[in-house]
Design a protein around this ligand. Structure first.
Ligand code: GLU
Ligand code: MG
Length: 432
């Protein structure tokens, strides 16, 4: 076997949204898929900055990474660059039962519950913004053809590799800020949508690296104010694959089940935002006038809404009708972010929650008070306090998992506590 192609990694996306794992020989793949790869519990306590500060488990405890062959990515070797092969993994106990603290497992349980209780599936896509260091434009190139030209074929290369890897890229563009790009891929069912988010970030970073450049998904860049958002688009389907999110006779076109689901997301959003905007710098992005989100509001085609109702479009509007959750960024683990949406949506369905009035761009004090909107927490520390106090999130995640996540994130906050904001932005830009 070509030595460039001989290693596959079993990887996980951890609480800090970093992808870490261990390599094995490609020729042992079948054996490894059956028996797994050992990992210490405390590997999950590595913060996104790379250090373990506190851990509930210390040096004790073993789980297995079970690589999922359906998620295998194979970037071909290219010149001096060896091939990259990896499979996303589930974390299970040594007896093969799912580990309660595995993010992918938590999302899967939510997806299964949605199907068992309501006969519904979640269809979703993560839209990513990022900065690519190889674009040589200055001012004035927002959405520009010149910005596209000066990225020198990186975007074309990225789309073709994403296509080869089965991620179904749909759209790519130069975004608003200098060096900012956006990539959108097709929605997928269940856990696959979150798998694609993990894969897309890694493939993008890898291809940038191969060009001697850097793709950065940090929520706010050093010196910058325009954020890199991750917008999570979602809709519901019935068991038979038919769409069931749109109903022209209901307010805002939201079908009854979709309305309940979204209302659950909005009701719990402030409590779970630490799972979707997961770094200290994330909260600089979640401010008014940045086209992100700063309240738990529903917005009709309003790009400053917590959840935005997207316009009907395409040849099959019933199928394409969707909403987007806007308070997410790439410092959040996609399984946790989508898991928070699914579990909250189930709660909305169970309690038949009523769709709140949608805002239309006016978030004056009068509107905020009348609609009882809640401002999103101002910092990760505040967001973690809300998550800790949320009895529903504790029930859905289980205490061991929730407390481990809180400890991981509070450890990360300790590591950056001496830095000023600009230094934090630099640090996160170097990690994401
Ligand atoms: N860059 C914005 C964000 O941080 C989003 C802009 C847009 O609506 O595409 O979410
Ligand atoms: Mg955008």
């Amino acid at each position: 076997m070509d030595p460039q192609e001989n290693i596959i990694l079993a990887v996980i996306c951890d609480y800090g949204a970093r992808v870490r794992g261990k390599g094995f020989r490609a020729k042992d793949a079948e054996k490894i898929q059956a028996k797994g790869v050992g990992l210490a519990y405390s590997n999950l306590m590595i913060t996104s900055l790379g250090e373990i500060v506190d851990s509930p488990w210390g040096p004790r405890g073993d789980v297995l990474m079970m690589p999922d062959p359906g998620t295998k990515i194979h970037l071909q070797a290219d010149g001096d660059f060896a091939a990259e092969q990896y499979m996303l993994s589930d974390l299970v106990h040594l007896d093969g039962t799912p580990w309660e603290c595995c993010p992918r497992n938590w999302l899967r349980r939510g997806i299964e519950m949605l199907r068992e209780e309501f006969g519904l599936s979640l269809f979703s896509a993560f839209e990513h913004e990022f900065h690519y260091s190889g674009i040589l434009t200055g001012r004035g190139s927002a959405y520009g053809l010149d910005a596209w030209r000066f990225q020198n074929g990186f975007g074309q290369h990225l789309v073709s590799v994403l296509d080869q890897c089965g991620l179904e890229p749909e759209m790519i563009m130069a975004e608003y800020a200098p060096q900012q790009l956006e990539i959108v891929n097709a929605p997928a069912l269940g856990v696959t949508a979150a798998d694609r988010a993990v894969q897309l970030r890694e493939i993008t970073r890898a291809l940038a690296h191969r060009r001697g450049e850097k793709a950065t998904f940090a929520p706010i860049m050093p010196g910058g104010t325009v954020g890199n958002g991750v917008h999570i688009h979602f809709s519901l389907q019935r068991d038979d694959g038919s769409p069931c999110s749109y109903d022209p006779d209901q307010p805002y076109g939201l079908s009854t089940p979709f309305g309940h689901f979204i209302s659950g997301v909005l009701a719990h959003m402030n409590d779970f935002v630490a799972l979707t905007a997961a770094s200290d710098t994330s909260y600089e992005r979640l401010q008014p006038n940045l086209w992100s989100a700063s309240y738990n509001n529903l917005g009709k085609q309003d790009r400053e809404a917590g959840v935005r109702i997207c316009p009907l479009s395409g040849t099959n509007p019933e199928k394409s009708f969707n909403v987007e959750y806007r308070a997410a960024d790439a410092t959040a683990n996609p399984y946790l972010a989508l898991g928070a949406i699914v579990w909250s949506g189930i709660d909305g369905l169970r309690n038949s929650l009523t769709v709140p009035e949608a805002t239309d761009g006016d978030l004056s004090q009068e509107v905020v008070t009348r609609l009882a909107l809640k401002k999103l927490p101002a910092s990760l520390s505040d967001a973690l306090d809300l998550l800790q106090k949320s009895a529903p999130l504790r029930e859905w995640m289980g205490s061991e998992f929730l407390d481990a996540y809180l400890m991981n994130k509070r450890s990360e906050l300790k590591l950056v506590s001496d830095l000023d904001f600009e230094e934090k932005k630099k640090l996160y830009a170097s990690c994401f």
